[in-house]
Design a protein around this ligand. Structure first.
Ligand code: GDP
Ligand code: MG
Length: 205
């Protein structure tokens, strides 16, 4: 069958969230750094263990975090910048925010981004992988500049979600799981948008 998985890219400003999303969707580096306005969105179909999986990815600003996650529980790419301990120290807060919104079966991958700037790093691979292990996260070092491990990060998440579906840990038909079977989900996307009541923000789900 076909699947639709939803993702949020989170982490401090400047860690490379917009560039990582851009690299994944466009397969090139987004070089001029314009600030994210509202929610940036990308969507791509990948093949994982012989299944077609549609990924919908939001690159959010913190104040939109709650809004975007209102109707479903997505998976998370949690970014820090390997040359900034400040962005690494902020991970605990990001993690508790993500876990507060989600079930215990949430899939989170930690990405130490800007791996290409290795010479200036402030956080070693070993330290971050220990943190990931302690917090039951997957972990990769990525570069939105060179593209290294960018697709791999999404593929690893999708594979993990598929495993959890197969083992029954995640139920795609349960509302709010952040996972929907393709056909129904696509039909829902194609149907005309219902008018939103005044003052209600759209959440994009
Ligand atoms: P965001 O605030 O998390 O969305 O971060 P941006 O995607 O806007 O990136 C912040 C800055 O880091 C920009 O100047 C990017 O050009 C730069 N950047 C992002 N990813 C990488 C990377 O993998 N390597 C390098 N060298 N620079 C990057
Ligand atoms: Mg951004």
């Amino acid at each position: 069958g076909n699947f639709l998985f939803k993702f949020l890219v989170i982490g401090n400003a400047g860690t490379g969230k917009s560039c990582l999303l851009h690299q994944f969707i466009e397969k090139r580096f987004k070089d001029e750094s314009n600030h994210t306005i509202g929610v940036e969105f990308g969507s791509k179909i990948i093949s994982v263990v012989n299944k077609m999986v549609k990924l919908q990815i939001w690159d959010t600003l913190p104040h939109l975090f709650q809004t975007v996650t209102c109707h479903y529980l997505p998976s998370f790419l949690l970014l820090f910048f390997c040359c900034s301990r400040e962005t690494y120290n902020a991970l605990t807060t990001w993690l508790s925010d993500a876990r507060m919104l989600a079930s215990q079966n949430i899939v989170i991958i930690l990405c130490g981004n800007k791996k290409d700037l290795d010479a200036d790093r402030e956080v070693t691979f070993l330290e971050a992988s220990r943190f990931a292990q302690e917090n039951e996260l997957m972990f990769l070092e990525t570069s939105a500049l060179t593209g290294e491990n960018v697709e791999e990060a999404f593929v690893q998440c999708a594979r993990k979600i598929l495993n959890k579906i197969e083992s029954g840990e995640l139920d795609p038909e349960r509302m709010g799981s952040g996972i929907q079977y393709g056909d129904a989900a696509l039909r829902q996307l194609r149907s005309p948008r219902r008018a939103q009541p005044q003052g209600t923000q759209e959440c994009g789900c």
